[in-house]
Design a binder for this molecule. Sequence first.
Ligand SMILES: Cc1cc2nc3c(=O)[nH]c(=O)nc-3n(C[C@H](O)[C@H](O)[C@H](O)COP(=O)(O)OP(=O)(O)OC[C@H]3O[C@@H](n4cnc5c(N)ncnc54)[C@H](O)[C@@H]3O)c2cc1C
Length: 497
Amino acid sequence: MIEHFDVLIVGAGLSGIGAGYHLQTACPKKTYAILEGRGAIGGTWDLFRYPGIRSDSDMYTLGYNFKPWREAKAIADGPSILNYVRETARENGIDQHIRFHHMVKRASWSSENAQWTVEVERGTEKEPVRFTCSFLFMCSGYYDYATGYDPKFTGIEQFKGRIVHPQFWPEDLDYKNKRVVVIGSGATAVTVVPEMAKDAAHVTMLQRSPTYVVSLPAEDKMANWLRQRLPPMLGYQIVRWRNVLLQMYFYSRARKYPEKVKNYILKLVQKELGPDYDLTQFTPRYNPWDQRMCLVPDADLFQMIREGKASVVTDHIESFSEEGLKLTSGRELEADIIVTATGLQLRVLGGMQVTVDGKPVELPKAMTYKGMMFSDVPNLASAFGYTNASWTLKCDLTCEYVCRLLNYMEARGFTMCMPRRDPAVAEAPWLNLTSGYIKRVEHMLPRQGAEAPWKLHQNYALDMMALRYGKIDDGTMEFSTPDRASMRTQESIRAAA
Ligand SMILES: Cc1cc2nc3c(=O)[nH]c(=O)nc-3n(C[C@H](O)[C@H](O)[C@H](O)COP(=O)(O)OP(=O)(O)OC[C@H]3O[C@@H](n4cnc5c(N)ncnc54)[C@H](O)[C@@H]3O)c2cc1C
């Protein structure tokens, strides 16, 4: 027997649990299940276990709009975030809807039945199981869980020490008094370096090119003050909006006046590291927000550099050696442990194969609609966060929109909705960052359009207008109730032709 649900959510991370909450709140009559490939709730916040794992945005915007963040630290550690996601699932009964160890492999849409057939591998035996659903909501994150990005380094097999990728941190790794080299200077590297430096003999952050690093207080004094005096939701919403507006302000300043913002950031770094520090180590070749900025709480990275426990080297790796790394400058870095913080392997729709009426969907040929659906793909949405602000801001709005869409269709008896591609709308790359991990897979990603509703705003206020208040029937989204008999006739005519 094939189980049917009104909605199937794929993924029980921050987005999937949020989607469950919105769905059961705004569409209480809809049946739903969450299919999760792993054996735990939390996604990213359960997978990553490297030392110091934390958010790099504040929890007032990374938290859900419906559940106040109550901890003192605004830049929170991984276990606290995991606890927040699990608590949300538990206190709302969302955990009862999760099917663990259900890895979704394929989804096939049938217009005749107005439903998806979802093929799953269950458990370690990979037992094939099928579900059907009327709407498929992908909350599967944006990267491959099975592999990180591992550039092919020459001579890696010669190294006598230990090599560790942050995505697969070994529980038994003892780095006390060891010499550590961390390859990379992204969000993971700037987290792991100061944390390991507390116990290691020395940690070197080896970067090919610098990244913008900005320090913020880990605790938000105003938020903590308000929490003591106002009802939790009121205080939370005030701080959330303040942070949203500040982020939008800084982002727009960075885009309009890149030189000014660059100088401002570098001045802050110089203040932290002193006048004699070689600032080129923190001076990227690109403008602020061409790539995601790195945030460090309470200047912890700078503190470790000041204390001589950590240092930064900008160079290229020629090869690994028995003792460590040989760099193109001729310099050698000796190490007991090398951490390859070289990044993630991007992946959309959880690596699932998708067909619509037997035809494979080619994502690079599709255009994203409101940053959450794909042109000519019916009844499917995907939760994908911002590149310049917290992930959950966009996901909450996406969930609200999906619920409005489902209720709209229910009220009018429609069973199918599909954003119809307008060939006149010019294409643009989907994501507006120049980061390596995006550029590497750009050819596999969908496109965005030059104008609404195909344009990705990366702006919470604009998205709120479009997703929370915008018209559902906007002239681009097509609604229908396919009539089985006439579809069968059309199909046989097509087959005969
Ligand atoms: C180390 C790290 C730190 C981050 N810090 C921040 C931050 O501070 N601020 C911010 O805004 N963003 C941050 N991000 C981005 C972060 O991933 C999101 O904020 C958020 O956690 C994503 O939640 P998600 O539920 O959409 O995806 P995920 O957390 O990736 O969860 C996806 C879930 O879907 C499951 N899944 C995937 N494919 C399938 C499939 N085919 N079948 C079944 N299940 C599947 C996975 O097992 C997983 O449980 C960070 C990312 C990383 C890696």
